[in-house]
Ligand binder design. Sequence first.
Ligand code: 8IG
Length: 268
Amino acid sequence: MTDVRTSADALAQEAADRLRALTGVDHHDVALVLGSGWLPAVDALGEATAEIATTDLPGFSAAAVAGHSGKIRSVRAGDRNLLVFLSRTHYYEGRGVAAVVHPVRTAAKAGCSTIVLTNGCGGLRETWTPGTPVLISDHINLTGCSPIEGAHFVDLTDLYSSRLRAMCREMDPSLDEGVYVQFPGPHYETPAEIGMVRAIGGHLVGMSTTLEAIAAREAGMEVLGISLVTNLAAGISGEPLDHEEVLEAGRAAASRMGDLLGKIVPGI
Ligand code: 8IG
């Protein structure tokens, strides 16, 4: 079993080595993964010193979803180097859990001690109109799987750093918090499933983030999770869900998300 973990680790190490060579940046400090609706916020982070295609690195696969660009940027922000993933591999692409968390492991090997995981998601509270950012306070992983291979028992208490959440709320007191529930996707939920989410204590529903957060914790990183609510969860508004609408809500919220990340990241 140690062998399996070692090979995932070795592939991440190779990717981090190639990243160093291609970007000319020896050490990255903070990683960010931009989910649906977050891409337009990237320019608020700082000046890109390098941009590479994910496919230039070992172990990465091409981006498969509209609105997800397969690029990685190295951004200089103050005295720190940010490693920004402009897309992610989703569990529903069927490439396996190891492919989903490979960017996270690569970021850890590149030196990142903190990761900011963002996503677009459905919200269960009607006060969260499309375009509302919500801090992830905890998660429920309904994929039925784990990115951890072998008998490695990783503690997930305070997975979504209460220290970083408190810092975010200090900078933007209007930020709410919620429990993020990851479904396997790619279909959206039924109204009955959203009823179940409510019953088990969930507030946000999506198709990403939890597996990455677990891998980040396994790798020893501090995790900040921020969801952008782009639609009310199924059955709440009576309207059907539409991926194009989701992208549009993201575009409309771009400047607010840019401001938010631009404010938060220097404080990390
Ligand atoms: I954006 O309502 C986005 N992603 N599972 N449900 C799930 N994923 C999503 C949703 C949603 N909105």
